[in-house]
Design a protein around this ligand. Structure first.
Ligand SMILES: Nc1nc2c(c(=O)[nH]1)N[C@H]1C(S)=C(S)[C@@H](COP(=O)(O)OP(=O)(O)OC[C@H]3O[C@@H](n4cnc5c(=O)[nH]c(N)nc54)[C@H](O)[C@@H]3O)O[C@H]1N2
Ligand SMILES: Nc1nc2c(c(=O)[nH]1)N[C@H]1C(S)=C(S)[C@@H](COP(=O)(O)OP(=O)(O)OC[C@H]3O[C@@H](n4cnc5c(=O)[nH]c(N)nc54)[C@H](O)[C@@H]3O)O[C@H]1N2
Ligand code: SF4
Ligand SMILES: [Mo]
Length: 751
């Protein structure tokens, strides 16, 4: 048994327990860990092929640097030297804002990176910070911040105990529950129904989840906020409001009633495509079911009224008394401690402290919206971006409006440093690429996704094998760059020590912490772990809700968690009100000003008459955004980047199944294969993001069909409340393919 290595999968939020063991022909075989205390044997095809993702010959194992226009392998010292020669000079000549950073999704599934990327950002002091977060969950995080005082206070559907789950715009059967971590969502949905409960999905597409639910209802893209306002309206109108656990803790109930007054179900029904009677009945069912909850994800987050939708989800859960109730919408209690409890009580949310130079976007969580990065690069003047540092990101494919325009802009920068494991559409424009260790060579803990988990759980995955010769960890790479930009220049060892001490002080200086007043140096000397990220993890475990608080008790620390082969289960979510609320008066703000001021936009969307087809996205089980497309056994043979279209829309346009079509906006056109299906609502077409790898050197991915849908999207189409990108619902026209009508891409290869 000793050659079987147990670990959590680091490929998505679910973090399933896996067993990795030598198999046939020297290959590693991955099987589900049935004893994992939370995933209990769940696995998906990506996890099953995790060893092949690692073994991909195109995965970078050495740094690459640009020499005479071409990327060539280099030593770690030579690669760092290129950065040393250029980065400090760019900052001293043009200031810190000349260096932009873009942090991508996989960094959050990389323990060392998720802990040390923020440290590098702090040292860089740039206001030009960007991330995939603003093409993702910003509206939900901002709604949490405005209502509860902290962006980490997300309402997690208690799916294992609910009797009525209403999902707006998510596909958890495939995505495995985003901001609602629970491996094996499909099984959990089935269990809700088996115990007599119902699951309802509102989505413009009959997706894979719709096949499991009690009822699927088509909704027009971008109108979820209207339906939520109608639900809120009905809850008041029909006297269904009952705050239960939140009674006495909520400001603004009357203001919300007034805000929703004009949005009777009959008013929003035509625009949303959802029947008024059905909306009314849903309000009654939500209020009348003891354990009910509404949940929404990317479908509601990537639209123009996303923050109203995110707010609406929270408000419906509060008004039906579902908040903080078992089976309702609860707050998570991760073993590493609540994000929110690290923030001193009553500190007003820091928001909008500065604005972006060109479009005047408000800063959110210290960042600007990802869609603003391109214009900040290409518009001359003081503050223009001259260098870019990325970590596990592919903004060329993932950011609306980026695509070939961003590719050209990257070539004009003075320095592009990419911390990435592939030469992808973005990193092929880098001057330096620095790879992370292979997944199985890293220690892992789902530090990020456990903050949204439906159960509290801890399982530590040590590295399965030592790192390749000379390969530094992500923390070492990040701190080595950090040391180049500290003023006065610092040495890496001091910097690393300071990071540990500063983080410890965050607890010893916090009166709410059990280690308040202890000596930071003392605690530092007590930390367990082989590396700094492991020591930080130990610190978080020990100071967390189940921790030993650096005492003699039997609470957890890293060593105890590591000893639990299949993880430790701390049980389901528990009520956390009112402590979770960090607003100034410790009341939930039911109608934050930033939502109230969106009333004119809500009206505009309500009265909009759309001409054209609305384009929405989708995700595939065997993929993750733009990557994992270079493993043959994952991508298979079909074309996954097809355009789904309803026959009612196709026939008048002379389009037949499997035709090639031009999908166009006034500025751009891409070519896709069409798939006719009644699964998609008439008036809506659907294509996934993250495709179009033809110009990369990736052996498998570059031969696949597909195009970058984000070429079509406008960077100006954002959620007006948060600045989050709003690609879903973009109006396009679809026509049979014309000759020469492929994308507005210049075919030149830089790599
Ligand atoms: N139109 C449209 N656009 C979207 C979306 C949509 O629904 N529609 N979804 C958005 C969402 S939710 C997200 S999260 C973003 C994702 O967008 P990004 O985060 O920009 O892209 P990813 O494809 O997730 O991953 C980027 C790169 O990370 C690298 N990588 C993987 N593992 C590691 C690692 O361990 N270390 C390092 N250094 N690199 C690694 C891979 O090479 C990959 O190319 O896309 C967004 N874009
Ligand atoms: N297998 C796999 N798993 C993944 C990923 C992946 O790429 N592949 N990506 C990961 C990431 S980064 C994220 S953020 C999560 C996302 O997790 P989910 O949000 O669960 O995933 P999506 O498939 O994007 O689901 C969005 C749904 O919203 C619908 N939709 C589009 N527009 C609208 C609208 O206006 N209103 C409504 N009501 N619905 C709409 C779409 O039809 C789609 O079914 O998944 C994560 N997990
Ligand atoms: S669902 Fe996610 S965590 Fe689980 S095996 Fe698949 S990729 Fe890995
Ligand atoms: Mo995401």
């Amino acid at each position: 048994m000793s050659d079987v290595h147990g670990r959590n999968c680091h490929l998505c939020e679910a973090g399933c327990g896996l067993l990795v063991a030598p198999g046939r022909q020297g290959r590693l075989e991955v099987t589900p860990d049935r004893l994992d205390v939370v995933s209990a044997g769940h696995i998906c095809p990506k996890g099953a092929l995790l060893a092949e993702v690692d073994a991909d010959p195109d995965r970078l194992r050495r740094p690459m640097i640009r020499v005479e226009g071409r990327l060539v392998p280099a030593s770690w010292d030579d690669a760092f030297q290129v950065i040393q020669d250029r980065l400090p000079r760019i900052i001293s000549e043009h200031g810190p804002d000349a260096v932009a950073t873009f942090v991508g999704n996989p960094h959050s599934h990389n323990l060392a990176a998720s802990m040390y990327v923020p440290q590098l950002l702090r040292l860089l002091k740039t206001k030009n910070r960007y991330s995939a977060g603003s093409v993702d969950a910003w509206p939900q995080q901002l709604a949490a911040l405005l209502m509860y005082g902290h962006q980490g206070d997300l309402q997690i559907p208690d799916i294992d105990r609910t009797d009525l789950l209403v999902v707006f715009g998510a596909n958890p059967a495939i995505s495995n529950g985003s901001l609602a971590t629970a491996p094996g969502w499909a099984k959990r949905i089935t269990r809700i129904r088996e115990r007599g409960g119902d699951v309802i999905l509102l989505d413009p597409r009959a997706n894979e989840t719709s096949r499991l639910v009690s009822e699927h209802v088509f909704i027009r893209p971008g109108t979820d906020s209207l339906v939520m306002l109608a639900l809120i309206h009905t809850l008041f109108d029909d006297d269904l409001v009952d705050l239960r656990a939140a009674t006495g803790m909520v400001n603004g109930v009357d203001r919300v009633r007034d805000f929703a007054a004009d949005f009777a179900p009959e008013v929003v029904s035509e625009r949303s495509g959802v029947s008024a009677t059905w909306i009314r009945e849903l309000a009654h069912r939500l209020a009348g079911t003891e354990r009910s909850v509404v949940y929404g994800r990317v479908g509601v987050a990537l639209q123009e009224l996303a923050m109203v939708s995110a707010w609406g989800l929270n408000v419906v859960n509060i008004l039906t008394g579902s908040i903080d109730r078992p089976g309702g919408a609860m707050f998570c209690r991760p073993a590493t401690g609540l994000n929110a409890s690290r923030v001193p009580l009553g500190r007003p949310p820091a928001l909008g402290r500065w604005h972006s130079r060109i479009s005047g976007h408000r800063e959110v969580f210290g960042e600007f919206p990802a869609v603003a990065m391109l214009e900040e690069m290409v518009t001359p003047g003081p503050g223009q971006i001259r260098a870019l540092i990325t970590h596990s990101a592919n903004p060329v494919l993932s950011v609306p409006g980026a695509g070939s325009r961003l590719e050209r802009a990257l070539d004009d920068l003075d320095l592009v440093v990419c911390l990435d494991t592939y030469i992808n559409e973005t990193t092929r424009h880098a001057d330096v690429i620095l790879p992370s260790p292979a997944g199985l060579e890293r220690a892992f803990y789902p530090y990020y996704s456990q903050q949204f988990a439906a159960r509290s759980y801890a399982r530590f995955s040590p590295p399965m094998r030592p790192r390749a010769q000379g390969q530094p960890g992500d923390d070492e790479i990040l701190m080595r760059i950090g040391a180049m930009v500290t003023d006065p220049p610092g040495d890496v060892a001091t910097l690393r020590q300071n990071v540990l001490l500063k983080t410890i002080r965050g607890f010893t200086d916090n009166p709410d912490s059990d280690v308040y007043g202890r000596d930071p140096e003392d605690l530092l000397s007590m930390l367990h772990g082989d590396t700094d990220p492991e020591r930080l993890l130990d610190l978080y475990f020990r100071t967390g809700p189940f921790g030993d608080q650096f005492g003699d008790g039997d609470g957890i620390n890293l060593t105890r968690v590591a000893a639990a082969e299949h993880g430790i289960d701390f049980g389901p979510m528990v009520p956390l009100l009112p402590d979770i609320v960090r607003t100034a008066d410790q009341h939930i703000e039911l109608l934050p000003e930033r939502v109230a001021e969106l009333a004119p936009h809500i009206r505009r969307v309500l009265n909009e008459r759309l001409e054209g087809l609305q384009l929405i996205g989708r995700r595939h089980q065997r993929s993750n955004n733009s990557w994992m497309h270079n493993v043959s056994r994952l991508v298979g043979t079909g074309n996954r980047c097809s355009l789904l279209m309803n026959p009612l829309d196709a026939h008048p346009r002379g389009i037949r199944n499997e035709d090639q079509v031009d999908v166009s906006t006034p500025d751009c056109v891409i070519t896709l294969d069409v798939e006719l299906t009644e699964d998609i609502m008439p008036g809506v077409v659907c294509a996934p993001h993250g495709w179009g790898h033809q110009r990369t050197p990736m052996g498998v991915a570059s031969r696949l069909e597909g195009a970058n849908v984000n070429e079509l999207m406008s960077p100006r189409r954002v959620d007006v409340g948060s600045g989050n990108a709003a690609p879903n619902g973009t109006l396009v026209e679809v026509t049979p393919r014309s000759r020469g009508g492929s994308a507005d891409i210049d075919p030149q290869m830089t790599q």
